[in-house]
Ligand binder design. Structure first.
Ligand SMILES: Cc1cc2nc3c(=O)[nH]c(=O)nc-3n(C[C@H](O)[C@H](O)[C@H](O)COP(=O)(O)OP(=O)(O)OC[C@H]3O[C@@H](n4cnc5c(N)ncnc54)[C@H](O)[C@@H]3O)c2cc1C
Length: 489
């Protein structure tokens, strides 16, 4: 049975209408080369989500898909929650992203005791103390609030574990996603294969093992240094912030409820505490690389003191605090002062300890690819764009990419188009490019606006924050946008 390039149907259907694997149907071109409809490079959250979206979609599940990941996924596949112990790689998912996971059938495989929704958020200026409070009651209608949480805290490994389970389930129902782990891509090119149908313009992905995957559509979900993006000669534009994000899992004083996300903007960068469960929170402290180094090097006790102080002390005192003698002084402050700190409702619960080995740091940057698509190539997630984590939007943008790309591929399939062709892929780029730029530039401007303690700027931003805080309707609009509520419909 022959086939032409650009045939709209999935490889499996080309060779047989039965439900047998494509490789069994002769799509193993030779000992080393296999043909796929879609190869996804990168089994991080974005790549795994795309594999899941394809496998769970009745129109797309006939495609033969390979998910190629360099890392060993054993611990992800075997993950199960350990009480009072949390991974330090956590994301705040918008209700829009959660709805997407629900539609793909992933939520059924999640352990909901490890998904913590929060309904309040307090954001304030560390220099002027001007503050904005958000809570879901501002949205009025319960329909919009999507279970009345602003966002949901989930460990990345938990999300991936649930998606891999869902892919396995879909495979038992006819989908065919091959998960290739410990499979690093060595090079990508275009190689002529000796096959009965012409696949000469299909990218071929060579793995370090020597195996070659030739594909109708190549997806780059391979993170900020994307090899797929390099193969497609797509430039990544942007800059590095002179800032690192320090993360850690915190144990809190549990006499206070833990349903609020707290973020204080310091001139060195924002510090955020996000609730994981009663008594536990995730820290994301964006700061100068030299301060990040101190934060990672100090004892656990000193680290807790520094976090508590960063939410409470003046920015001038904080500059001294990074020195050891100053930390001692904070520790020796009268017990009564510390008790007052702990009781203050406008401040987060005090940190009492940090989870062992949970401290890590990541360089922060702003990137946007010059294009998201090329012929037979599309980029999603951090391969396409990277954002400052101050609004917790990076992966949420990635999920919107995945939802949009699968919708475009579904439309192309129903119309009988070749899913690798640029004409079709352009619909994906057209929808996502502008929207991602709006979010990237909003977060970049916030980072710059708050990254100074120069007086005229601090007055203006303080006025701005107070003005927004006094307008419930404006706050509701900001919340809806950040929650992805509109886009989830
Ligand atoms: C401190 C911090 C806090 C954050 N908080 C939030 C938040 O609250 N909410 C939010 O939405 N986002 C947040 N983000 C952003 C979010 O973590 C990222 O956007 C997201 O993890 C990117 O996922 P990805 O799958 O696109 O890329 P990655 O996670 O980078 O995955 C890429 C994958 O590709 C694989 N790969 C790379 N090269 C190869 C190769 N040659 N061969 C095979 N495989 C390869 C890698 O091994 C990796 O698994 C945060 C980021 C940081 C740094």
């Amino acid at each position: 049975m022959g086939s032409q390039p650009g045939m709209p149907i999935a490889l499996r259907s080309i060779h047989s209408s039965s439900c047998r694997r494509a490789s069994e149907e002769g799509l193993q071109l030779n000992e080393k080369t296999a043909l796929y409809d879609i190869v996804i490079v990168g089994g991080g959250v974005a790549g795994t989500a795309l594999a899941c979206a394809l496998a769970s979609n009745p129109v797309l599940r006939d495609n033969r898909v390979a998910l190629v990941e360099a890392m060993d996924l054993t611990s992800t596949i075997e993950w199960s929650p350990v009480k009072e112990s949390y991974s330090n790689r956590v994301v705040s998912l918008t209700p829009g992203s959660m709805n997407f996971f629900e539609r793909m059938g992933v939520v059924e495989h999640m352990n909901l005791s490890r998904v913590h929704g929060y309904g309040d958020m307090e954001v304030w200026d560390g220099v002027t103390d001007a503050r904005i409070k958000f809570d879901t009651s501002l949205l009025g209608s319960k329909k919009d609030t999507s279970k009345e949480s602003i966002a949901y805290m989930v460990e990345n490994i938990h999300l991936q574990n649930a998606m891999l389970k869902r892919i396995r389930e879909c495979n038992t129902r006819g989908a065919q996603v091959d998960i290739l782990q410990k499979a690093r891509v060595a090079s990508i090119g275009n190689e002529q294969s000796s096959t009965e149908f012409d696949v000469s313009d299909w990218p071929s992905v060579k793995l370090e093992s020597g195996d070659v995957l030739q594909t109708r559509l190549l997806i780059g979900a391979d993170g900020v240094n994307s090899p797929v993006r390099n193969h497609a000669n797509i430039e990544s534009l942007g800059w590095d912030y002179d800032t690192h994000g320090v993360v850690a899992t915190l144990k809190l004083d549990d006499s206070r409820p833990n349903n609020t996300a707290w973020q204080r903007f310091l001139p060195t960068g924002p510090i955020a505490m996000l609730p994981l469960s009663e008594g536990y929170a995730s820290l994301v402290w964006s700061t100068k690389p030299e301060i990040a180094k101190i934060l990672k090097g100090v004892s656990s006790d000193d680290f807790c003191k520094l976090v508590n102080a960063a939410f409470r002390m003046s920015t001038i005192d904080l500059n001294y605090l990074y020195e050891y003698t100053w930390r001692e002084e904070v520790a020796n402050k009268s017990k009564s002062t510390i008790e007052v700190w702990q009781r203050e409702e406008s401040l987060p619960p005090a940190v009492v300890s940090i989870q062992d080995k949970s401290r890590a740091s990541f360089p922060l940057r702003m990137r946007n690819s010059e294009r998201y698509v090329a012929d037979r190539v599309a980029l999603v997630g951090d391969a396409a764009h990277a954002i400052h984590p101050l609004a917790g939007q990076g992966l949420n943008q990635g999920m919107l990419d995945v939802a949009c790309l699968s919708k475009v591929l579904e439309k192309g399939t129903l119309e009988g188009q070749d899913i690798g062709k640029l004409n079709l892929l352009r619909d994906y780029a057209a929808e996502r490019y502008g929207r991602n730029i709006v979010m990237l530039s909003a977060c970049d401007k916030m980072h710059r606006l708050f990254g100074t303690d120069v007086a005229p700027v601090t007055w203006i931003r303080s006025l701005g924050l107070s003005a927004v805080n006094s307008s419930d309707s404006l706050k509701a609009e900001i919340m809806k946008y950040a929650m992805g509520v509109e886009s989830s419909r």
